[in-house]
Ligand binder design. Structure first.
Ligand SMILES: [Zn+2]
Length: 132
């Protein structure tokens, strides 16, 4: 039985992408934490560090609520990025956790921390929709 795995070169490439992504995400989290610390005294602080990254969340949302929202989202991202890096290290990265098939390069470019191939992901979404 042959076990599917991406070759070293591809794994290296995705590792680089993920590390960059993690750095960027960490930077945003730090910026928000800093702003939260100062925020209590000085009002809303500087949003420029992540306003480009997080383009449009609607202008009527309260700034501090918005920060919490972004922070939660980025913390979740970091977790997924770390999990993906772990998969790189044990060479299971790029393989769908449900069906064991390759996740397409296209999908990994858009979602570098994807755990499932597009087919399984869609089936999962459909299951969720039916539950509602
Ligand atoms: Zn799959």
């Amino acid at each position: 039985m042959s076990v599917k795995q991406l070759n070293e070169k591809k794994l290296d490439k995705y590792q680089e992408v993920l590390l960059k992504e993690r750095e960027e995400t960490q930077r945003i989290i730090n910026a928000i934490n800093e702003t939260q610390k100062r925020g209590a005294k000085e009002g809303n602080g500087d949003l420029s560090a992540y306003s480009q990254h997080q383009a449009d969340l609607g202008s009527d949302t309260d700034e501090s609520e918005r920060r919490v929202y972004i922070l939660e989202k980025e913390l979740k991202n970091i977790k997924m990025i770390n999990a993906a890096l772990k998969r790189i290290y044990n060479k299971t990265y790029g393989i769908c956790e449900t069906c064991g098939d390759y996740i397409s390069a296209n999908r990994l470019t858009i979602v570098p921390y994807a755990k499932y191939c597009i087919k399984c992901k869609e089936e999962e979404e459909q299951r969720k929709r039916r539950k509602k």
